[in-house]
Design a binder for this molecule. Structure first.
Ligand code: PMP
Length: 454
């Protein structure tokens, strides 16, 4: 039996209530889940409650959480400052159907912090990236959008192309074939999506130039975090900036993940200014608030009756109150820097352990996030990510879970998040458990004759 099989059996034994809840859920909901990414083997872990950095599952087990809702909880679970703001606002009404008094304050906070001239609020990363693409198409009068293979921008038609294409369909590495990531997409939209390899500027340039006449935008995650954790190569973001300007296309940073990883988001770290930025996860301490913003001329072109931007729940007062509290009182620069130092310790701890234990993996990260890629190849784009051994990752993840630590978000393409509520002893606990699991991984990796002698 391999590590994964052993750990899955242990998982089944300790999570019987989750199994039952899943069976019930499946009666009414196809596959039992309301976001496909939550469907995992053998069934999802059902969570009863969460606070700070802890989660309790349906069977009453407590976990130290480093998933933090796929990076949405840099503020921590149920952060008391956010909870207070939400309670106070809830008592005064949760949605008005009018503009509310606090919204302009939030818009200013977002513009100041993330260096934008204008901003518009909505609810999810999906809707905000969709708006960004529409704004770019409307502003430029063009249709084609260039995205990168392996980047994810939400579950909407415009960008659901080459998110995780298979080897059989993806084509040439330097000229990837656009592969729809779902059935049900209109072929015309897929044709209007150009796909380039991340971190390969010459290949991207060639692809963009071919479509130059119709190129509305280049959109990317400045640090791709849907293929683990991939840093942009030196000069790559600068090169895209030059290319977009030269071709008259807009450069859009999808900062749904990166926005809350660093105080001022990706621009502050990498010094490259896009035309539009999109934010989502993490802005409101766990409530759904998203934003698209940037250049005044592009945003001011979103004229009512000409370019659509709408949503009943956009800038709802509950989300706005949570976002103002989160951004001004919780995710302050000193607290984010302290979290980044802890993140640095976690990253270094992982790197030391895999070296000591001789586990053939790559640890990649920066600041509060990082990941362990089960491959010896440096991961710098989708093709190198494909060398990751997915089953080994699940073995690691399940083994960590069974020992009370949710080490990162669900999936080998994800990463951990250290929130402002995590403490040094908790990072040390995470590393202690990983050390034990790494020695198990090394034992299962070793040839049989070595295992017998261990
Ligand atoms: N963009 C990026 C970079 C993301 O990682 C995600 C979600 N993982 C989205 C957009 C979509 O956000 P949401 O799930 O809130 O729609």
């Amino acid at each position: 039996m391999g590590l994964l099989e052993r750990e899955l059996s242990a998982f089944r034994r300790r999570t019987r209530r989750s199994a039952r809840l899943f069976e019930n859920a499946r009666r009414y909901t196809p596959f039992g889940v309301h976001s496909n990414y939550r469907l995992v083997e053998p069934y999802p872990l059902y969570v009863r409650r969460a606070r700070g950095t802890s989660i309790w599952d349906a069977d009453g087990h407590r976990y130290l959480d480093f998933n933090m809702a796929f990076g949405s909880l840099v503020a921590g679970h149920a952060n008391p400052i956010v909870v207070r703001a939400v309670r106070e606002q809830a008592a005064d009404g949760m949605i008005f159907g009018f503009e509310s008094t606090g919204t302009a304050r939030l818009a200013k906070v977002l513009c100041d912090r993330f260096r934008m001239e204008r901003v518009k609020l909505s609810n999810t990363g999906m809707d905000a990236t969709q708006f960004a693409v529409r704004f770019a198409r409307a502003f430029t009068g063009r249709s084609t959008v260039l995205k990168f293979e392996g980047c994810y921008h939400g579950s909407h038609d415009a960008l659901l192309v080459s998110v995780k294409p298979t080897r059989e369909r993806e084509g040439d590495a330097r000229r990837p074939t656009p592969v729809p990531a779902s059935k049900g997409l209109v072929p015309e939209l897929v044709r209007r999506t150009a796909i380039a390899p991340f971190n390969d500027l010459p290949a991207t340039e060639a692809i963009a130039r071919e479509r130059a006449d119709d190129l509305a935008a280049i959109i990317l995650e400045p640090v791709p975090m849907n293929m683990g954790f991939v840093l942009p190569a030196p000069g790559f973001l600068e090169g895209l900036r030059r290319l977009a300007s030269e071709l008259g296309a807009l450069l859009i940073f999808d900062e749904v993940k990166t926005g809350v990883k660093w105080y001022g988001g990706a621009e502050e770290v990498f010094g490259v200014t896009p035309d539009l930025k999109v934010f989502g996860k993490g802005l409101a301490g766990g409530l759904p608030v998203a934003a698209v913003g940037g250049r005044a001329d592009v945003m001011d072109a979103v004229v009512p009756g000409v370019v659509s931007h709408a949503g009943t729940y956009n800038s709802n007062p509950l989300g706005v109150a949570a976002a103002v509290a989160t951004l001004t009182k919780v995710l302050t620069r000193p607290r984010m820097e302290a979290a980044a130092r802890l993140g640095g310790s976690l990253l270094k701890g992982y790197a030391d352990i895999v070296e000591d234990r001789g586990v053939p993996v790559r640890v990649q990260g920066m600041g509060i996030s990082g990941t362990v890629h089960f491959t010896e190849t440096p991961v710098m784009d989708w093709r190198s990510f494909q060398s990751v051994d997915v089953a080994k990752w699940w073995g690691y993840y399940t083994a960590m879970l069974n020992r009370g630590v949710i080490p990162m978000a669900t999936g080998p393409d994800e990463q951990w998040t250290v929130s402002v509520l995590h403490t040094r002893p908790q990072v040390e606990r995470h590393l202690e458990v990983f050390d034990a699991v790494a020695s198990e991984i090394a034992r299962f990796e070793a040839p049989m004759e070595m295992v017998e002698s261990l």
